[in-house]
Design a binder for this molecule. Structure first.
Ligand code: HXC
Length: 518
């Protein structure tokens, strides 16, 4: 081809035009807000020089608008394409706020939809980098239809390819529901916010003043609503977080996660495991210390760290293999299960099950959180979510009972009879229908009332209960757990047990789908 010829010049002019769309003026607008441009985000997400853009020259729909103006642009405010993340194929789209506020018009929607369908066909994860004012007002119903198609693609892909949404500016109106349908939502502190209706509408309807950040900032969604799973302080770290999370995942639901061995030898952990749970059964400790001692060095990647902290969930590796960990956290609400922790764990368990990630449960739970609030807000329906998710999951499932394992919570935390493959207990385990205080109060109410020294009697009864009932040996003798183990050998035991389970096959009864209590 004549590269000096007219045809080639035209090609170069078009390339120039794309490059100029990210001119200094537009970039500065983003940078001044502490944000990166869509293209800079893409560069950070993908391995160097691996991103291949498609549909760069697609132009904004020649829609006529009787309300507002439509700025014509190449690309229509969204970059779409594919590249490599840690050497593996990943698809992505990045919205450009400098083109009509990243709003979603018909062409913008078609581009996202096209890349979603490609990701599904190729069995590769998709990452949405979102910076959008929602449905493009000028394009009316066509924008809403565009969102509807994107949501449908999200749902078709759910459980087939990992989907991650990264909020890097506004996600307003329709822009929130695609993230809500994906597996994980990342937010950047102070520069991102998500809401269905913004502060103006809140003011109009309720006459309440609220800022973007107060209404739907990263802190709010990470701590209060649970909408965001991950929060980072700036966009670079947010994108690094996405890259890290992807290392734990298979590309799709028929593959296994990659094996990533840590060259750092794990040392010094064996004796520490014996001391990590305090002798006093009422003394709290941090279950993340147990996780760190068991998992490969520095491999734990926690999800929803700030939300429902009475349960800890996250990915880790055992001898290079990804596992999902669900652990009661005795230092928050004594590790009880409440509505939010059940929902948090259930969603995590279902993700792991969909993507062939074996589950490790670390149990220290005195029961469900009692209270009027919990009962009235539906702990029955919501607590059932975790029970359902565990029971339904067919990936390898192992439980280690560290300490308390009482009542309904014993059943829920992957007990043998709901399908635990290996159930181990430490000698510190207390497995029973209820805790000693409750049991004594129910069974010895009359005796305590009649006693001259009820405090001493209660103390004695509690001791007897602990010795006779609330220990791991009865469950061990009856086969409700498989083995009482020395805490020091836990890591070794788990490596062997997960290896033994790697070809686990389960056939469930045929059905369209179950009916998880939502
Ligand atoms: C068209 C939009 C737009 C939109 C922003 N812009 N949102 N254009 N459609 N939805 C344009 C602005 O007109 C402006 O254009 C440019 O983007 C930047 O916007 P600013 O308001 O100047 O930026 P900022 O102050 O940072 O505020 C950002 C914002 C605000 C909070 C997102 O723009 C806003 O409130 N937008 C509307 C949000 C919203 O209500 N969306 C819901 C749409 S309905 P110029 O030319 O001045 O640069 C919806 C329903 C779908 O999505 C439901 C599906 C379930």
């Amino acid at each position: 081809m004549d590269t000096n010829g007219k045809l080639f010049k035209k090609f170069l002019e078009r390339e120039d035009r794309i490059a100029n769309q990210f001119n200094t003026e537009n970039a500065t607008k983003q940078h001044n807000k502490g944000k990166l441009t869509a293209r800079e985000r893409i560069e950070l997400l993908f391995d160097k020089d691996t991103f291949e853009e498609i549909d760069a020259f697609v132009t904004t729909a020649a829609a006529t608008s009787n309300f507002g103006t439509i700025t014509e642009s190449f690309g229509d405010g969204v970059i779409v394409g594919h590249g490599k993340v840690s050497g593996r194929l990943v698809f992505s789209y990045a919205q450009d706020f400098t083109v009509m506020g990243g709003s979603l018009g018909v062409v913008h929607a078609q581009k996202i939809s096209k890349i979603q369908q490609m990701a599904l066909k190729m069995g590769a994860p998709i990452i949405g980098l979102i910076d959008s004012g929602g449905a493009r007002i000028q394009e009316g119903i066509a924008s809403l239809a565009g969102y509807a198609t994107i949501f449908k693609n999200n749902i078709d892909s759910s459980g087939v390819i990992p989907q991650i949404s990264v909020i890097m500016g506004p996600a307003a109106g329709g822009a929130v529901y695609s993230p809500a349908l994906t597996d994980f939502v990342f937010m950047t502190n102070k520069t991102s916010y998500m809401f269905v209706t913004g502060p103006n509408v809140v003011k109009e309807v309720l006459n309440e003043d609220v800022t973007n950040d107060e209404l739907g900032g990263a802190e709010v969604h990470s701590k209060k609503s649970g909408v965001a799973h991950m929060m980072y302080e700036d966009e670079e770290h947010t994108i690094q977080g996405v890259r890290k999370m992807l290392t734990y995942f298979p590309s799709n639901n028929v593959e296994n996660p990659p094996i990533i061995l840590n060259p750092e030898e794990k040392d010094d952990y064996i004796e520490k495991l014996r001391d990590v749970v305090p002798d006093d059964p009422n003394k709290p400790y941090d279950v993340k210390d147990v996780i760190d001692l068991i998992a490969d060095t520095n491999s734990f990647y926690e999800i929803s760290e700030k939300y429902a902290q009475n349960i800890v969930v996250g990915f880790a590796r055992l001898k290079g293999n990804t596992i999902g960990i669900v652990a009661n956290q005795p230092k928050m609400l004594a590790g009880t299960i409440d509505i939010n922790s059940s929902i948090k764990a259930a969603r995590f368990i279902r993700f792991c099950d969909a993507f062939n990630i074996p589950l490790l449960t670390l149990e220290d739970v005195p029961g469900f959180l009692p209270g009027i609030d919990q009962e009235h807000m539906g702990i029955i329906r919501n607590g059932a979510k975790m029970l359902y998710a565990y029971t339904e999951a067919t990936v390898p499932k192992i439980t280690v009972i560290l300490r308390k394992s009482y009542g309904g919570a014993y059943i829920v935390m992957n007990s043998k009879n709901i399908g635990g493959d290996f159930n181990f207990a430490w000698p510190t385990a207390e497995i029973a229908v209820m805790g000693p205080d409750g049991a004594v109060a129910v069974l010895y109410r009359r005796e305590l009332l009649a006693s001259e020294d009820p405090v001493a009697l209660k103390k004695e009864l509690v001791k007897t209960y602990r010795d006779e009932i609330a220990n791991p040996y009865i469950a061990d003798e009856k086969g409700y757990i498989d083995e009482v183990i020395d805490p020091a050998v836990t890591r070794k035991k788990l490596i062997i047990a997960f290896e033994a389970l790697q070809n686990k096959q389960v056939s469930s009864p045929a059905k369209k789908h179950g009916n998880i209590p939502l």
